[in-house]
Design a protein around this ligand. Structure first.
Ligand code: AMP
Length: 179
């Protein structure tokens, strides 16, 4: 089973992704994590990714699609996965017809997302400065909402109220995929 998780930063995608992974027995991965690892590399690409991420901008679509497709060729993802943070633009969604049946949209308001990010433990991430967070919220509305519409039109979208309790949300998600 292949599941796409979509939502603004702070919507709870990684919390729910990890719960789902455990319940369904399929791996969870996030492009944010992949890029944060790549940003540690002392190469030209590593430095470029680090700068782009820290400013809150998206990595260009062609690069992102290439990196994610290659990553998903690993044997552990052959039977399925829960992917968080990708596709994040309509162009990525078009380039990535991976046979996923559902795109789960965890819906929270910008205010709630902001509140959660600022209360996140320690807030030590270099890409979570107030300016980068503001850019990322803007980018969600500009680039990712059209991707959400794309999945809605394809009949793949499941909208989940992301402001309920963690337990209720995971029940809602499992119900939406027939589990
Ligand atoms: P996240 O942890 O999902 O907020 O991702 C952190 C950062 O990684 C983003 O702000 C982007 O710079 C980059 N990133 C993650 N996923 C994507 C994607 N699908 N397309 C472009 N950039 C991405």
């Amino acid at each position: 089973m292949k599941i796409i998780l979509i939502g603004i930063q702070g919507a709870g995608k990684s919390t729910q992704g990890n719960i789902l992974s455990e319940k369904l027995g399929i791996p969870y991965l996030s492009t944010g994590h992949i890029f944060r690892e790549m940003a540690k590399e002392k190469s030209k690409l590593g430095r470029y990714i680090k700068e782009t991420m820290n400013a809150g901008y998206l990595i260009p679509d062609d690069k992102t699609v290439e990196i994610v497709k290659k990553y998903l060729e690993k044997p552990e993802y052959a039977k399925g996965y829960i992917i968080d943070g990708f596709p994040r633009t309509v162009a990525q969604a078009h380039a990535f017809e991976n046979g996923a049946k559902k795109a789960i949209y965890l819906k929270v308001t910008d205010e709630e997302a902001l509140k959660r990010i600022s209360f996140r433990n320690g807030n030590e991430r270099a890409d979570e400065t107030p300016a980068a967070i503001a850019k990322r919220i803007e980018s969600f509305h500009i680039h990712t909402e059209p991707a959400i519409d794309y999945y809605r039109q394809k009949g793949m979208l499941v909208e989940i109220d992301g402001e309920k309790s963690i337990e209720e949300i995971s029940k809602d998600i499992l119900r939406s995929i027939g589990k």
